[in-house]
Design a protein around this ligand. Structure first.
Ligand code: 16C
Length: 247
């Protein structure tokens, strides 16, 4: 068979057995299920969600949440992209090979544990935001398929003895992120680059882990989230151009 792309590296259509025997599996399964379900729930009826960025089909909402003066605003973004599948979107978000190409907040990324084809533990350091201390994060990342032509990546903070928090120059931040994607195409047709539309729901909650000025944080948030989602979606479109659609 002819392979135009490393198909073995694409998000698998079913959970990898190596993951289901790992000690993190019960947590990964529970949190991923919750996150994917919540991702497609609207923000319409819910109190407190405010629209803060809108461009084309992209809409970003946040809820102002402070705990002991620390900003932990949850973010929810909706977008629509034509010409790429949910599986392709999640492939580029999950696979570390592409991360430096679209992730502009990243300073350094390390693979702590490659659990399976669909789960990896990462350590990342981020660019410093003046005047706060630099941040790092340690999180598992899991990609899975779900009903209705859906694929999703969930990232959630964890711990590891080899990577203790707050031991060096960095303050450890705590993150929960879900990128959930659902593909649609006209009934009675085969999906193709010309007729497929993928709806994206991106949810993120970042606890800065220690003091950072609220005003600076909200300004960074407002600038960086739209920048990320626009950059990431156009990166995937560019990568997929002239390649056969992978469902
Ligand atoms: O989901 C995204 N990326 C994934 C792969 O990297 C993964 C990452 C999650 C970590 C998100 C936390 C990022 C904190 C960055 C702090 C430094 C920003 C410096 C920028 C200045 C040039 O799931 C895409 C993530 C897009 C992140 C947008 C920025 C969010 C800022 C939230 C406030 C962070 C508090 C930092 C305290 C100083």
């Amino acid at each position: 068979a002819e392979h135009t792309r490393d198909e073995v590296e694409l998000p698998p259509p079913a959970v990898d057995n190596r993951l289901t025997v790992h000690t993190l599996w019960p947590e990964i399964d529970r949190i991923s299920t919750e996150q994917i379900q919540a991702a497609f729930e609207g923000v319409g009826g819910q109190i407190g969600w405010q629209l803060f960025a809108e461009e084309g089909d992209m809409r970003m909402y946040r809820r102002e949440v402070e705990v002991d003066g620390m900003v932990m605003d949850p973010l929810k973004a909706m977008h629509k992209v034509r010409g790429v599948s949910a599986r392709e979107m999640c492939h580029y978000f999950f696979n570390p090979r592409y991360r430096y190409e679209w992730e502009t907040t990243l300073e350094n990324m390390n693979i702590v544990e490659a659990i399976s084809s669909d789960a990896i533990v990462f350590h990342q350091t981020f660019k410093r935001i003046w005047p706060a201390s630099q941040r790092d994060a340690l999180f598992w990342s899991h990609v899975r398929s779900a009903p209705q032509h859906t694929y999703a990546v969930t990232n959630h903070s964890t711990t590891n003895e080899r990577y203790p928090a707050n031991s060096g120059a960095c303050i450890r931040l705590i993150v929960t992120v879900c990128l959930a994607c659902r593909s649609e195409w006209p009934p009675g047709q085969q999906p193709s680059r010309d007729n497929i539309t993928t709806s994206i729901a991106y949810c993120s909650t970042v606890n800065p882990g220690g003091w950072a000025p609220a005003g600076v944080l909200r300004a960074v948030y407002k600038r960086e989230y739209p920048k990320f989602l626009k950059r990431f979606t156009s990166y995937v479109l560019e990568q997929c151009r002239d390649k056969p659609l992978v469902m």
